[in-house]
Write a protein that binds this ligand. Structure first.
Ligand code: TNX
Length: 538
């Protein structure tokens, strides 16, 4: 859907055009601003050729920073030999990451400081964790951050500022930025289809570029068990063989998993591992006969139905195996969270489900981690303190989903918001989308995915009750990382802005031209993405 041109024009001006106010540059800024207003007007009202390329020249960032002042005038031009300085050793890796990204794009080598740094990274104790400021002048670049993560997000901003294809020239700007939510997640379902370590690393690159800081890995489901557990090797050896449609299976060795964790950590991303229980467990049931209720052993499953499998919730053996699995997974995972699933356990008796969830959540909490589960965990009123619920109902909640979400809060926990009809990246964009599902209220347009407020979904669940947001991608219909990436982009960018930018600063009409510019960068960098109708793609 395209907003009426006049409406989008006015809102684009309010949201996107902030004038440079520095005294010495006031004249330049005014001239530049006047030009920018014209560009904004003509490009949002569908002006012909020329307007598009001017718009692409206007520096913009996704997710929108708190403040971005375009100073106008000359840019800072990178050249081979421009020295980079990390004033504090904790920023050395981030400074090197910026130099490496510049080298990949431009071939220019930026050496570490020789005493005449033109690009400086510094810590500023007055800034919060993840908060940063950037100043780009014709003479250089300065980044001040509250911590190394903040400096890393600043680098992602710096990498989006140049016009695509003109990467040597960093426009003169000042930026001040900090995230709305602490937990800003993507989820990848590696159970329905398996993705290699390199595939996951590629997805992590996309996640980092959008300033998301969590990757939740859905490691187990009916079709596959993807993580090696030393105490029960059959889980991965048998349960890892299969995938949807009998596509190739696979699993991560513990070293593979450590590589993923390390690659994520270099990008300030926390890995959250999920073992989904007591439903969504057919692969485990087909691997370990002793987990099956009633003595009937499950066969491998490669379809896409849900809700038919359950662990034997009455057997001590079940809890012993869960203890082994969660203990190993906790030891492998430096991040603070363990996700125990808990969704769609339709084959489990409701009372058994509650008892199972209480016991399993306690086992998970005893590893020292904070427990996360899908919001159905709220059916129990005896969860470990601080248990986090992941809400995956609709933006207009069904009463039971809202009740279960509030039950998590009542027990001292917080929520991660992933409403399926706006946050699920596997929902088709429209009838032309080649892959994906439609069960969550039909198609999910880019505007749908953008235009919701996590704090206005479940009544009684306001800003301070929300740990963050997450965009899951389920892979029943997605077999390769090319297909995952193409489906995820551009809606992953809308989730990044939901996660990062304060609600009062969000505006779909202002987002569209920034997305168009970002898509031009994706093209230049070979990032696959869909271009659904309704957006004036350049
Ligand atoms: C619902 S979301 C599921 C998944 C499916 C997904 C497909 C959730 C907690 N359960 O098992 O893969 O829909 O969109």
């Amino acid at each position: 859907m395209v907003t009426h041109p006049n409406a989008s024009r006015d809102r684009a001006r309010l949201a996107d055009v902030r004038l440079g106010t520095t005294i010495g540059l006031a004249g330049v800024a005014l001239i530049a601003a006047a030009g920018l207003v014209v560009v904004t007007l003509s490009s949002t009202s569908g002006a012909p050729a020329g307007a598009g390329s001017s718009r692409a020249d206007r520096p913009s960032v996704v997710p929108a920073p708190l403040e971005l002042d375009v100073l106008g005038g000359a840019p800072f031009t990178l050249s081979g030999g421009t020295p980079v300085l990390a004033e504090d050793p904790v920023l050395a890796d981030v400074a090197a990451a910026y130099a490496e990204a510049v080298r990949e794009r431009t071939g220019l080598a930026l050496p570490a400081d020789d005493g005449h740094a033109r690009i400086r990274f510094a810590l500023d104790a007055a800034l919060a964790p993840e908060e940063y400021r950037i100043e780009v002048r014709p003479t250089g670049i300065r980044v001040d951050a509250g911590d190394a993560a903040g400096a890393f997000w600043a680098v992602q901003t710096l990498l989006q500022l140049p016009a695509p294809g003109d990467d040597e020239n960093v426009p003169a700007v000042t930026v001040h930025d900090a995230p709305r939510f602490a937990y800003r997640a993507a989820m990848l379902d590696v159970a329905r289809h398996f993705f290699t370590v390199e595939d996951v690393e590629r997805y992590l690159d996309r996640v980092a570029s959008l300033k998301l800081n969590v990757l939740h890995l859905h490691l187990t489901d009916d079709q596959g068990w993807r993580i090696a557990i030393s105490a029960h090797p059959q889980l991965a050896e048998i349960g890892g063989r299969y995938a949807v449609d009998s596509d190739p299976g696979g699993f991560y060795t513990q070293d593979d998993y450590r590589r993923i964790v390390a690659y994520a950590a270099e990008r300030f991303i926390t890995i959250v591992p999920e073992v989904d229980m007591p439903g969504h467990t057919n692969a485990a049931l087909a691997s370990l006969p002793q987990l099956n209720p009633g003595g009937k052993v499950a066969k491998p499953y490669t379809g896409i139905e849900v809700g038919f499998s359950t662990l034997d919730t009455a057997s001590e053996t079940t809890y012993a195996v869960i203890g082994d699995v969660l203990t190993e997974l906790a030891a492998l995972t430096p991040g603070p969270y363990l996700h125990i699933g808990g969704d769609e356990s339709h084959a489990t008796d409701p009372a058994d489900y509650r008892a199972f969830v209480e016991r399993t959540a306690r086992i998970a909490a005893d590893t020292g981690k904070t427990v996360i589960g899908w919001h159905q965990l709220g059916q129990s009123d005896a969860l470990p303190p601080g248990t986090v619920g992941q809400y995956w109902g609709y933006v207009q909640p069904e009463p039971a989903d809202a009740e279960e979400a509030r039950s998590i809060l009542a027990q001292g926990g917080r929520l991660i918001m992933s409403p399926a009809d706006v946050a699920y990246l596997d929902m088709k964009y429209d009838f032309l989308t080649p892959r994906g599902l439609t069960w969550a209220n039909g198609y999910t347009s880019i505007e749908d995915a953008y235009s919701w407020d996590p704090a206005a979904v479940v009544s009684g669940v306001a800003e301070d009750a929300i740990l963050g947001v997450e965009a899951p991608i389920w892979t029943e219909t997605l077999r390769t990382m090319d297909e995952v990436e193409e489906m995820a982009m551009p809606r992953l960018a809308t989730m990044a802005e939901v996660a990062w930018t304060p609600q009062a600063e969000r505006d779909y009409a202002g987002f569209v031209p920034r997305l168009v510019r970002l898509a031009a960068r994706w093209d230049a960098e070979g990032v696959r993405h869909l271009r659904p109708a309704g957006i004036p793609w350049a």
